[in-house]
Design a protein around this ligand. Structure first.
Ligand SMILES: [Zn+2]
Length: 335
């Protein structure tokens, strides 16, 4: 996204597990790297990890992608979802209708059950403190409400068959998956670890991707926005304590260089902190919005602002920056 990582793919092609087939299904999206991936796992009962983009195009891409491996949506018995972003849960309705059981984190089900009025209040409160002017605040509230509504339409909370708890493995299609809580990009985000006799496969969603660092969207512009980067580091700490031989990410290509991508991802967070600290030093005392403007040219997506809020929260806890309230707005300066 804001940083290109190295795109070396050591072992690609040769590096696949032998005891289970994993096939990548690709869906087009409007932003780099222009696709999102889902994975067909040929377990005792075929299953999918993630479910592509919504709408008729996504439906066609799903059917074509499955057909390339002689499968139909009716044959997919389970769908495991890393996180509730539309490019990962888009075809849940088709798969549910075709009979698949839906597995997602309990935290994700709770997020989808969020009271819209409370969400609107949270966005307003966080946005005001960040220095957003009233008209932009309204846009952010609208955006948050419509994305909640869309996600609920794609994945109604009461139609989730299995809301898993972190720390507990579960069985799907004859395989045992261990969900790893990996917030930062999205607060309930799951990576799925699959231990095989010949090694470990990890379905990493948007947390560990090779071409870029995913934005710290975590809770969105809601209460808790200042925790996003701390959460991201915690996710990488958890992954650091594990090993993976094959990684299947939600964007970019599968890779085997687990340690390297993990190190690059962590470095990208360190770079973000340095960038935000530098911007505060340049323009502070300044609101989070002004700090964001000082470090990026375009602000037509909330991602850079959310990255800033998360970074400011971490820098504040590290004692690098502090803020004072000024007419309901946080003004940050370096220490
Ligand atoms: Zn995502």
């Amino acid at each position: 996204m804001d940083r290109g990582a190295e795109s070396e793919r050591e072992g690609e092609g040769s590096g696949s597990p032998s005891s289970v087939e994993v096939h990548r299904l690709e869906f087009g999206v409007d932003w780099p790297p222009w696709h999102a991936a889902a994975f067909l796992v040929e377990a005792d009962e075929p299953l999918l990890v993630d479910a592509g983009v919504p709408g008729a195009t996504g439906d066609e891409e799903l059917r074509d992608g499955l057909a390339a491996h002689d499968r139909t949506p009716e044959e997919v018995a389970h769908v495991l979802l890393t996180h509730p972003h539309s490019d990962h849960i888009g075809q849940v309705p088709t798969l549910r209708e075709a009979g698949a059981a839906v597995h997602t984190a309990r935290m994700t089900r709770e997020r989808l059950s969020r009271d819209p009025e409370d969400l609107a209040a949270g966005v307003r409160e966080t946005g005001e403190g960040a220095g957003l002017p009233p008209e932009e605040l309204d846009e952010h509230v609208e955006r948050a409400l419509s994305s909640l509504e869309r996600n609920r339409r794609l994945m109604p909370p009461d139609e989730i068959d299995h809301a898993f708890t972190y720390g507990e493995s579960f069985e799907a299609g004859g395989l045992t998956f261990e969900p790893v809580h990996t917030p930062g990009h999205q607060e309930g985000h799951a990576c799925f670890e699959l231990a095989l006799p010949e090694g470990t496969a990890l379905f990493s969603g948007d947390v560990l991707v090779e071409p870029f660092r995913s934005a710290a969207l975590n809770v969105g512009l809601d209460r808790g926005a200042y925790d996003a980067i701390d959460d991201f580091y915690a996710a990488y700490d958890r992954l650091d304590a594990r090993e993976a031989d094959w990684v299947y990410p939600g964007h970019g290509h599968p890779f085997t260089v687990y340690r390297k991508v993990l190190a690059n991802s962590r470095e990208a967070l360190d770079d973000l902190l340095a960038d935000v600290r530098g911007a505060v030093a340049d323009v502070g005392p300044a609101s989070p919005l002004d700090v964001t403007r000082a470090r990026v040219d375009r602000l037509d997506h909330p991602a850079p602002l959310l990255d800033t809020l998360g970074a400011l929260g971490t820098l504040d806890r590290l004692g690098d920056v502090t803020f004072e309230w000024d007419g309901g707005v946080r003004r940050y300066r370096t220490i």
